[in-house]
Design a protein around this ligand. Sequence first.
Ligand SMILES: *Cc1c(COP(=O)(O)O)cnc(C)c1O
Length: 374
Amino acid sequence: MSMKVPYLDLGAHHAPHRAEYLRAIEEVIDRGAFAGGVYVEEFEKQFADYCEADFAIGVGSGTEALWLPLLAMGIGLGDEVITVPNSFFATAEAISYTGATPVFVDIEESSYNMDPAGLEAALTPRTKAIIPVHLFGQPADMEPILDFARRHGLRVVEDAAQAHGAEYRGRRTGSLGDAAGFSFYPGKNLGAFGEGGAITTSDPELAQRMRMLRDHGQDQKHSHAMVGWNCRMDGIQAAVLQIKLARLDGCNDLRRQRAAEYDRAFREMEEVVAPAGHEDRSHVYHIYPIRVRQRDRVMGGLAERGIGCAIHYPVPIHRQGAYEHLGLEEGTFPVAERCAREFVSLPMFPELRSEQVDAVVGAVRETVQTQPVS
Ligand SMILES: *Cc1c(COP(=O)(O)O)cnc(C)c1O
């Protein structure tokens, strides 16, 4: 059995609807709605509905979609925001770019998400907000996190960059905290043809401030009530995203079906830890990560067999050079650090076929069950 399987196949994802995308892009050109404008406004309405939130605000990236809510909440120099060390770097970066300091808590091994039990020890008089990350497409355990936030007067911003459409106790991500940041980076479950992001919230005041912040602090044309930035979404991205949003649930279902096939196969392999599901959450499998002891050997074996794979993320954020000054030594967050050493992300995308899943599983089996030579 030798079948090459790419880690991601955006070509296969886009090919069937190419004509529809081109028509939408032509419309944007004809109407000249390039920066903000009618396509962005339409997309915002559709995305807010999809997320069961009152407002969506289109921005230029997922990083901006985490940064602007914090700014709008008045978070800045001297403040602290609690998040997790195993996320994409942008989660902590958005905190730092307000002038505040990220404070990390370890993750739960059962979900790879924020361990609510770690919040108490991370709390200081400077703590202003919490950013739980719905990593890999599975919502964090929001109820205890929201409870803790309410008790201590903290705001909650969901990092939903990997979890478009996922649900926690029957409610969509993007509707759970005070605000949520989504990314439409091309490889995400909902991906643009370039950079893009959106913030959702049901707080009208916060929404108003974020709309101003993304457009140079303007409350109306030529009136700058505050200093903001240019974080507007492109019209072309919004037009493409409208088409893709209509298919998102179907694509998430396909990801779940392939994930269930992986799960069944890995249940038989004691060398492999597959991601655990939770009854009260729906997972949208942006990423399908397994954990293995001898990762280099496994990844080498997969590469030899033409199977694409990746690591999300090999170096936890507190161990990055940019945060050396925080003085967080190896061993500070043992669960996040161990997972970072063991994670391997396997091919996962809606167009992945069952035969390809079989090929990946076969390759993993061969590599984990081969004893190393030395
Ligand atoms: C992708 C991602 C971001 C950043 O989004 P961009 O659109 O790339 O700026 C933030 N957080 C997480 C968890 C992500 O996966």
